[in-house]
Write a protein that binds this ligand. Structure first.
Ligand SMILES: [Fe+2]
Length: 169
């Protein structure tokens, strides 16, 4: 069964919650492609989620900066989760659709746990500060900043693709 949004997963900000719902939909699409052993769909869904992850990370960091939330403690957790994600992706792609029913359950659970861990471990610590301000808070863009953000998103994307595919349990 696919993941579905529940209010306990809200971190208290409309942009971040909306990003998470979007990521959840793509995780569901990956899980569906794993079940049907559709390798082109798996690769396409991973490409999509990586692009959205970069946009999402930029949004989170921008909001964290605006509310003076110290994101430095979350960084190692995020990096660990990204390595887990890369490991899962490379394992799935290397197996070329050859996996048993038990493995489908394993991959399904791993993907869902990965996204929930991101929300709970990386983002939830921001919730008390976000709850003190408007749910629809967004810092907005100053002149020239959108180009900077696009550059930052592009570099996040490159880092994601160049990240070593190792498993750090
Ligand atoms: Fe997030």
């Amino acid at each position: 069964m696919g993941m579905s949004w529940k209010k306990e997963l809200s971190v208290g900000n409309a942009v971040i919650d909306s990003d998470h719902k979007n990521l959840m939909n793509i995780v569901n699409a990956i899980a569906q492609a794993i079940r049907s052993r559709d390798c082109p769909a798996i690769i396409q869904a991973f490409t999509s989620i990586e692009g959205w992850l970069c946009v999402h990370f930029e949004n989170e960091e921008r909001i964290a900066r605006a509310i003076s939330f110290d994101f430095s403690k979350q960084k190692p957790v995020r990096e660990h989760l990204l390595r887990e994600f890369q490991y899962l992706k490379s394992e799935l792609i290397s197996k070329k659709g050859i996996w048993c029913e038990n493995a489908i359950e394993h991959y399904d659970r791993s993907l869902k746990d990965w996204l929930v861990d991101h929300i709970i471990k990386v983002d939830m610590p921001m919730k008390p500060m976000l709850q003190a301000i408007d749910y629809k808070f967004w810092p907005g863009w100053n002149e020239g900043e959108s180009n900077q953000a696009a550059g930052h998103i592009a570099s996040l994307y490159l880092n994601l693709h160049n990240a070593p595919a190792q498993h750090f349990a």
